[in-house]
Design a binder for this molecule. Structure first.
Ligand code: PMV
Length: 359
């Protein structure tokens, strides 16, 4: 597979108007993608849990227009027209035009909403871009009825990647690998694939409770963040380490080795932040409450033998990960000890999910 595999030859059918709606979840990386080449080609492979509750629903309505001079579309968030979302979508359309040559033939109305609060510090770009990519694939399937299910899924992930790198890991569940890795069959830089190996039942319905420590706008956009890895003194070692961590995770996932899993996942989270602290310019994206939560989790684990652990995105919020059998005790611990560190006591309970759905 290469980029050219996703350029259509010609369409046999025509369609004037219609609409499609897809809901697509967010994901949380266990081995992090941080650092990229052109067009969201990752510097290292990554793996994520697909989420279930945190998702974007997007309705794409399309109608054929008179001319095909330019892109023509409007974006609505929760029913409100959002002119400020247009440049990002325009950039996305430009990047994918070669793969979806019908884009300039239609006017598009893009209506989107998220299940998580807009200002929660949870990025909607992954779920949002994947939902839009899936709607566009549904339209392409109308134009070419021979598109297979496998091609549909791969191309949706490929297109989503061009919108926002980690968005390519949202299409399927429950574990998705993106980025070429010698030990993972089928893995590649162009799109995410379902993790192809055995996963122990300890990871069934794995829980993710997202503690909203700081609901403000992200201090560092991911574009700026990835760029910090260019010329970073530790970059090459970090990219190697990510590959090694992914390789080590294969055994933990197979054997249900939760201690091994915790070691890799927490180290990945802290390394991501260490990369930001040691870049130029440098950033500290954790807040004092982030550190308090991490210390409380470590204390709780030491005292009770629990297998709860944390991971972080490029921000201050904490994803608390734990096996389903610990749901009751960990939620009690969160309510008794961690809620105090969340902005307005807010947190979101999620669980790993199976990927996007057409509605
Ligand atoms: O997809 P982007 O460009 O928003 O980058 C996501 C980067 C992290 O969330 C920090 C890590 C990851 O692999 O999701």
């Amino acid at each position: 597979m290469n980029e050219a595999s996703f350029i259509p030859q010609s369409y046999k059918s025509t369609v004037d108007s219609g609409s499609f709606t897809w809901e697509s979840p967010s994901n949380i990386a266990l081995v992090k993608y941080w650092g990229k080449k052109k067009d969201q080609i990752p510097e290292n492979p990554s793996i994520s849990f697909t989420l279930n509750q945190c998702k974007t629903t997007t309705k794409l309505s399309f109608s054929k227009k008179e001319n095909d001079d330019d892109f023509s579309f409007d974006v609505f968030l929760d029913g409100e027209k959002k002119a400020d979302f247009k440049p990002k979508i325009e950039t996305f359309f430009k990047r994918v035009e070669a793969y979806l040559p019908f884009l300039k033939d239609y006017y598009f109305k893009i209506e989107t909403s998220n299940t998580f609060p807009h200002s929660s510090g949870i990025a909607s770009s992954a779920s949002g871009m994947s939902a839009l990519a899936l709607c566009l694939m549904s339209l392409e399937k109308l134009l070419d009825k021979n598109i297979s299910e496998a091609y549909f899924t791969q191309k949706a992930s490929f297109l989503a990647r061009l919108g926002s790198g980690s968005a390519c890991r949202c299409i399927e569940g429950s574990l998705v690998v993106w980025g070429n890795h010698d030990k993972i069959e089928g893995s590649n830089d162009l799109f995410g694939i379902k993790y192809p190996y055995e996963v122990h039942q300890n990871f069934n319905n794995y829980q993710d409770t997202i503690l909203l420590v700081d609901k403000g706008k992200k201090q560092v956009s991911s574009t700026v963040g990835h760029n910090l890895m260019h010329g970073h003194p530790f970059a090459q070692e970090r990219f190697k380490q990510a590959g090694q961590n992914l390789e080590n995770l294969i055994d933990s996932l197979k054997n249900g080795d939760l201690d091994g899993f915790i070691k890799i996942v927490e180290s990945e989270a802290l390394t991501l932040h260490a990369m930001m602290m040691t870049s130029l310019p440098f950033f500290i994206l954790m807040k004092p409450n982030t550190l308090s939560i991490i210390n409380k989790i470590w204390e709780f684990r030491n005292e009770t033998g629990s297998k709860v652990c944390f991971t972080l995105d490029a921000g201050a919020n904490v994803h608390v990960l734990y096996p389903e059998i610990e749901k009751e005790t960990v939620l009690k611990f969160i309510n008794n000890e961690l809620v105090a560190y969340c902005e307005n006591g807010h947190y979101i309970c999620d669980v790993i999910g199976l990927g996007a759905n057409e509605i």
